[in-house]
Design a protein around this ligand. Structure first.
Ligand SMILES: Cc1cc2nc3c(=O)[nH]c(=O)nc-3n(C[C@H](O)[C@H](O)[C@H](O)COP(=O)(O)OP(=O)(O)OC[C@H]3O[C@@H](n4cnc5c(N)ncnc54)[C@H](O)[C@@H]3O)c2cc1C
Length: 498
């Protein structure tokens, strides 16, 4: 990967498409462009061949997909798995020839903390919402008897059609009682969005249940509906060595196909030129420029809003209005004997329990490759902290943050945990909040961008924060770009300039 940015090559006849942001979204978009534009020519570059360039501000690619070493083991410290029931993530791994490296979590169960005690996560739920009347006994303990009875009476309650987007908490409270929100929905939603059920959109975050709300149908008979429970097969997939390896494989694929990935380059400005775009990078005092026929923005919403403020203010306004949550991961290598008898894959802690940590993943239990890697005396545990609008929790130095997180884990597990090594990784502004009305906002942003020649957008703010959703949005951005610059990427290597 090349560091830095060359000075502008204004006069070159080579078409250039630039992807801003080298997270999973930007890398997938660039990979598609590079591979569709044809493999790298072993000889001299044919005139007119499209140049594909990724500009990434960090020293490495990957964004929220990253690995780091703790206790001598390299593990994921950002995203660690992907939904396998959507085709995009596992499909990409297959396309990259990584089938043999695909892994699935062990079948052990996870727990949830309720009133200070740990209980197995109940089966028959969707994002924590019970949808199977035959499995209500699994709620016992997490909910008290009265709260379980309230859930059981759900279908007796009047069923009204919901006509407009609504927050998850209001709807679930209305159907099943607040305890379901506080003790089951919050920990699961918090795991995905680091958000708050009182603000998150039912339509955007739990679309299966939104469909039922719209149809005015009760929840407890939903378990038999495939559109609610999803197809069979493993729910999650990972990559041996960590999904944090995926960006490196993609970057290599882009470069093998003749594209370029430039790290340590922050794009500070984006202006329209007669035919395309000019990107400004480098220090404000002595900027560098790069011209492009097309640009895909694959950066978080605040960065995208800044870059679009002058040229597409309507899109910038929508993007700038999206709140984000900052989170942190404390990875810990814990002496094996200290976790003797801890068998599950992890535990979830709802905000109502008043703890700093919101989840612990016992990575060595969850992923065979982690335990294989780490036959040593340590087990790897990932502790997650941080929720939307609670940034102050993270305003501690690394030592204090990891000490607090570990002390809470000790408390919850009722045993002393003293890690041999810890690693704190902070993810500022990491997770866009899909609040009520989010999908309409996304629609407006896309509409504003759609009329603009040579511009497309993607990233975790659009179609879901999960890796498969980011891949889908990247694919869509590549398609969208092709519609406004009217190019057939397959013919670009020898095609005319448009
Ligand atoms: C701790 C954590 C755990 C997660 N776990 C999971 C999980 O297990 N499964 C799952 O599916 N999802 C998970 N997610 C969500 C998922 O990882 C992210 O939503 C997804 O990786 C976002 O990818 P992206 O490319 O859209 O954005 P990012 O990863 O944020 O990438 C954007 C890139 O743009 C760069 N950039 C920003 N501004 C500029 C600029 N001006 N110029 C150049 N470059 C710029 C950034 O440096 C960054 O590399 C997790 C997220 C976090 C934070």
């Amino acid at each position: 990967m090349r560091k830095g940015l060359d000075t502008m090559e204004q006069t070159t006849a080579v078409r250039r498409l630039v992807v801003v942001g080298g997270g999973i979204s930007g890398l997938v978009a660039a990979y598609r462009l590079a591979t569709q534009a044809g493999p790298a020519d072993p000889g001299p570059q044919p005139e007119g061949r499209t140049e594909i360039v990724v500009l990434e501000s960090s020293p490495t690619v990957g964004g929220k997909l990253a690995v780091a070493e703790v206790g001598g083991v390299t593990v994921d410290v950002g995203a660690e798995s992907m939904l396998a029931r959507r085709p995009e993530g596992v499909g990409l791994l297959a396309e990259l020839g990584l089938d043999d490296e695909v892994v699935h979590p062990r079948a052990a169960s996870a727990s949830v903390l309720s009133r200070g005690n740990l209980y197995p996560l109940p089966p028959g739920t969707v994002m924590g919402v019970p949808v199977d009347r035959t499995r209500l006994s699994g709620l016992a303990g997490i909910l008290d008897e009265e709260e379980v009875a309230r859930v059981g009476h759900e279908s007796r309650r009047e069923v009204l059609r919901v006509t407009e987007d609504i927050d998850v908490a209001s709807w679930v409270t209305w159907r099943m009682g607040r305890a379901v929100v506080d003790r089951l929905v919050e920990p699961l939603l918090g795991g995905v969005y680091a958000g708050n059920a009182d603000r998150l959109s039912l339509r955007a975050t739990v679309p299966q249940l939104w469909q039922r709300a719209r149809a005015g149908r009760p929840l407890l008979d939903a378990y038999t509906q495939p559109e609610v429970t999803g197809p069979g097969g493993p729910v999650f997939a990972g990559l041996r060595g960590g999904v944090g390896q995926l960006p490196l494989v993609l970057a290599r694929g882009i470069e093998d196909a003749g594209g370029e990935v430039r790290t340590g380059v922050t794009v500070r400005g984006l202006t329209r030129t007669g035919q395309g775009w000019r990107l400004e990078t480098g220090p404000a005092g002595s900027p560098d420029f790069l011209d492009a026929d097309g640009v895909i923005l694959a950066v978080p919403p605040a960065a995208a809003a800044r870059l679009l403020a002058a040229e597409v203010p309507a899109a910038a306004e929508g993007l700038g209005a999206v709140e984000t949550a900052s989170v942190a991961v404390v990875a810990a290598a814990v002496p094996r004997e200290q976790l003797e008898g801890v068998t599950g894959t992890g535990l979830l802690i709802p905000p109502i329990e008043n703890r700093l940590i919101k989840a612990a993943t016992f990575s060595s239990n969850k992923w065979r490759w982690v335990s294989d890697e780490n036959r040593s005396e340590h087990l790897i545990v990932r502790l997650s902290l941080g929720r939307a609008r609670e940034e102050t929790v993270l305003q501690r130095d690394d030592t204090e943050l990891s000490d607090l997180a570990v002390a809470e884990l000790s408390d919850v597990l009722r045993r002393e945990v003293r890690p041999a090594d810890t690693k704190v990784v902070r993810w500022g502004g990491a997770l866009p909040q899909y609040e009520v009305g989010h999908l309409d906002r996304v629609h407006r942003i896309r509409e504003a961008v759609a009329g603009v020649r040579g511009l497309a957008v993607c990233g975790a703010v659009f179609d879901g924060v999960g890796i498969p959703a980011c891949i889908a949005a990247a694919d869509r951005a590549v398609h969208d770009l092709g519609t406004t610059v009217r190019i057939d990427l397959r013919t670009l290597a020898s095609g005319p300039r448009v």
